[in-house]
Design a protein around this ligand. Structure first.
Ligand code: GUN
Length: 296
């Protein structure tokens, strides 16, 4: 079997289009413009690229973008004061503090200072708890993007065996919660799971979020399974820089029913879901109906 390639780039463009349409309607009917504030501390080059892309995408869908670039030496008190100001600002519906933060800043303290209703990353401990208990929350963007692609491909997910390889707070754990919410039978595996290949072969849905280049090979994939590759690993091969996922694409694509490529799979969905979350936060803040198909 040669797998169907799930085109995350095209899917993300569709999601951004839906967000843009909803934003235009909000402006027209209610005079409201959703706003996203992004806070970047320091000059980490990768973070600067992410923040630039987030700003451009936010503007493109018609939202207001508020960028706050702070010096690497910014104190915790100064950063917390900025978050308090953004929490109180009615024009700001979503707040994202770009991670990683410089070492002298306590990320947990900073993230948990964000108003949970504006926590579009879904990292605040209240949102983690709400998701874990099946209540309405803000959902982390990358697993939300994976869920949207899975629902689009399968329709209903109920009863399917899902294996999530990876147990991070940002992807693995929330992904497992979301799949459970859609009535999958969920296993969380990780780099130290015994007989990982056998566990993975049980999966109708296999999500690889382990952070190890090409660790999941074709022999670990059940024939016809859907493989979602969350990994983004920069490696050097034949003297050239290359981007690969956590899945060995060629061998897995020969066995799977459907697969996301790297690049062009899960990656583009993350920013699309950040915009969707900002729209959701804005609708909730104003007591309006949430956008259909853009939430968990
Ligand atoms: N740094 C890399 N990815 C992310 C993300 O999804 N959210 C935040 N806040 N920082 C990041």
């Amino acid at each position: 079997m040669t797998a169907k390639v799930i085109d995350g780039k095209a899917f993300a463009a569709k999601v951004r289009g839906q967000v843009a349409e909803h934003v235009a309607r909000l402006k027209e009917a209610n005079g409201i413009q959703p706003g996203l504030a992004v806070v970047l501390v320091g000059e980490d080059p990768a973070s600067q690229v992410y923040v630039r892309n987030k700003h451009a995408s936010t503007i493109e869908v018609g939202m207001a973008s508020f960028e706050h670039r702070l010096d690497a030496s910014t104190s915790e008190a100064e950063l917390l004061a900025l978050i308090d100001k953004l929490n109180a600002d009615p024009k700001v519906h979503g707040i994202l503090v770009q991670l990683p933060l410089p070492g002298h800043l306590n990320s947990e303290l900073v993230i948990n200072r964000i108003d949970p209703a504006k926590d579009v990353d879904g990292f605040h401990i209240s949102n983690v708890g709400l998701l874990g208990t099946g209540q309405k929350s803000m959902v982390p963007c990358t697993p939300l993007g994976c869920l949207m692609m899975l629902r689009d491909h399968h329709g209903k997910l109920a009863g399917l065996n899902a294996v999530v390889v990876g147990r991070s707070n940002i992807v693995g754990k929330p992904m497992a919660q979301l799949l459970l919410g859609d009535s999958c039978t969920v296993t969380i595996a990780h780099s130290r799971t015994k007989d990982l290949a056998e566990v993975c072969r049980r999966a109708d849905i296999l999500v690889a979020a382990v952070g190890r280049p090409e660790m999941i090979t074709g022999e670990m994939v059940r024939p016809g399974a859907t493989v979602i590759d969350v990994g983004i690993n920069r490696i050097e091969r034949d003297g050239k820089a290359k981007l690969v996922g956590d899945v060995h694409y060629e061998s897995a694509a020969a066995v799977a029913g459907a697969i996301t490529p790297v690049p062009g799979g899960v990656g583009p969905m993350t920013i699309a879901c950040l915009l969707a979350n900002t729209l959701t936060a804005c609708c909730r803040a104003n007591g309006l109906a949430e956008p259909e198909g853009l939430t968990a």
